[in-house]
Each structure stands twice: as C-alpha cells, then as structure tokens.
Design a binder for this molecule. Sequence first.
Ligand code: CP3
Length: 342
Amino acid sequence: MTKTILRALAGEALPTPPIWMMRQAGRYLPEYRATRAEAGDFLSLCYTPDLAAEVTLQPIRRYNFDAAILFADILLVPQALGLDLWFVTGEGPRLSTVTTADQVAALKPTDAIHDTLSPVYETVRILSRELPQDTTLIGFAGAPWTVATYMVAGRGTKDQGPAHAMIAADRAAFRALIDRITDATIAYLSAQIEAGAEVVKLFDSWAGSLQGDDFTEFSLEPARKIIAALKARHPGIPVIAFPREAGDRYIGFARATGADCVALDNSVSADWAAANVQKDGCVQGNLDPRHMVTGGADLVAETRRIVDAFRGGPHIFNLGHGITPDANPDNVALMIETVRGA
Ligand code: CP3
C-alpha cells in the first residue's frame, strides 16, 4: 500500500512510473492565476497558508499527480535570513545583496528563520491533512549555491557572474555564506518534515556553472552535509537532489551525497542516464518542458522514449525543468495519459 513515489525512491522499478511535474502549480493554470490575483502578489500567496495550500492542491485535483510539491519559493530563505525580497512582474526576483564578510556575519541566526517561515510550515500541515491518501507531499529548498547566486547578485543572472566574482575576490567570505545557507536549509527542511513533508527536494538550478573543485565544494559538499543532517534527524525521509546541468557530474552524485534520487535536466539523454546514473538508484526526469507548449505526436514519442529508457530501474517521471507559463494544460493531460497508458 506504500505510495508509489516512496516505492520508487526506495529503489523499486514500477511497471508505470509515478509522475509529478516541477512548477505544477503555476501560471499555465487559470485556477492558479485566479488564486494569485486573490492573494494580490506572489509573496502574499507564499505566506498565506490557506491560499498556498489551495494552489498546491489545484494540479492534484485537475490531473491526479502522484505527488504534490509544497507551494513556496527558494528565495524565502534569504528573506528569513534578513534580506529584502520582492518580485518585479514580468522580470523576476529582486533582493538586497550580500557580497562581503561583514554582510555575511550580519545575517540573522539560523534559529530566527522560523519567525519568517512559520506560515510555510502551516501550509505543510494543511496539506498533510487535505491531500488524497495516495499522494506524496514533497517539501523543498534551494541548494546553498543556487540560493547564494541570488543573494550575491540581488537578482537572477544568466551566468551567475557576481557569485563567481565573490568566490574569486574573497573565497573565505563566500564559504561562510554557503555555510550559513547550509545551516538554515537544514533547519528549514527539518521543520517541513516535522510539519508533514514526506520527501524533500534540493533545487541546485545553477549547479552547471560550477567547474572542478568549485562544484565539489559549493554544490556536492553542501548537499552531502544537508542530507547527512536530515538523515540523522529524520531517518527514512527520502531526499531528491537536483544538480541541474551537472552533465557527467551526475554520475556518482547520489552516492557521494547520500541522495535517494537525482533529478535529471533535459540536457542529458535518458539512455545515457539509465546506464550511468540510474545504476545507483532512483532517477527523476526528464522531458523537455517545451513539449508542454508544443504537444502533439512529438510529446507522445518523447514521453514514451523516456519511460522505456528508464523501465529497467526506479524512475519518477517528471520534466527536466519547470513547466512554463505559456504551456497548454491539455498537453499536461496528454503527457500523463501517455505515461500511464504506456
Ligand atoms: O514546483 C512547484 O510547483 C512548487 C513551487 C516552486 C516555485 N518556485 C513557485 C514559483 C518551486 C519549487 C520554486 C523553486 C524556485 N524558485 C527555483 C528553483 C527551480 C528552478 O525553477 O530552477 C528558483 C531558481 C526560484 C526563484 C524564482 N521564483 C524565480 C527566478 C522566479 C521568477 C521567474 C518566473 O518564473 O517568473 C520565481 C517566481 C515563482 N516561483 C513563480 C512560481 C509559481 C512564478 C510567480 C508568479 O506567479 O508570478
């Protein structure tokens, strides 16, 4: 009777892979846009537990995904550490910046993050009551490197240049920043688990821009630390790691960090990942999100190809990145039908 996602995460190859979708609650859904309008703005939506729970449930009602992902954002942690955060419509997030050792030292202590983040835990509590019995609740946080890139630049960047510049200018200060985010992430994910999250995922969306030792020090090592701390406190709670665009560094990432599953972006081929990554355990992915815009026979063929490639081992079907606002909700239904009927 165990939930399908938990069976896959425990290493079971299922005849039909369980399925959910990154950004499954989002602007491509009219019901999301309506609730967001009711909230007024994106951050109010994140911090109003009833509304955040409502948008989390919308894609479950519409599509019956096997998992729900908590509705929140990775940038709530920098805000909880004391930075200003706001979203500019049509452009994305803006934050006050941290670029020096003094500014790192001035961040709020780890224990203080719960003052800001407690509404998120309330959202998790509501969801664990309201989700259907066979739906798994996934909590999440940004990985320290990805979160740091926004804290240093004050916004999203194409090449994470400001964070790389801080590494070059003052590696010790950057390390201290990573350590502070690592501690906050452990506290944040532990609180989500205590509130009812059954799985947690670490989003390292910009892992691909780290080279050589920097990848080891700022992506792999913080993930290992976070996972070790979570496993010590909450044995049995699976962790999904998403070192996006890690390329051949996906190989061995689960073993080195203790992750139960790695999420694959759509730049790696499913056949390659089946041979090189899935041999260590569960993988999640990796349909190109553009198929949710274009649909049709290509969507069906690609979906089948991915299901077939990963059939020999544990697999959770997902996109390689978040669904985009211009996606057609009918294409999501077609993808699910294809996975479940394949
Ligand atoms: O997946 C889900 O449905 C859960 C909720 C979730 C959101 N963001 C909601 C959101 C999750 C897991 C995230 C993670 C996140 N947030 C990441 C890592 C994953 C990734 O996409 O690479 C990053 C880098 C962020 C930071 C962030 N949040 C950016 C850069 C933006 C603006 C870009 C955009 O798409 O507009 C956001 C806003 C955001 N977070 C939206 C949603 C649904 C859109 C906000 C809106 O309604 O206007």
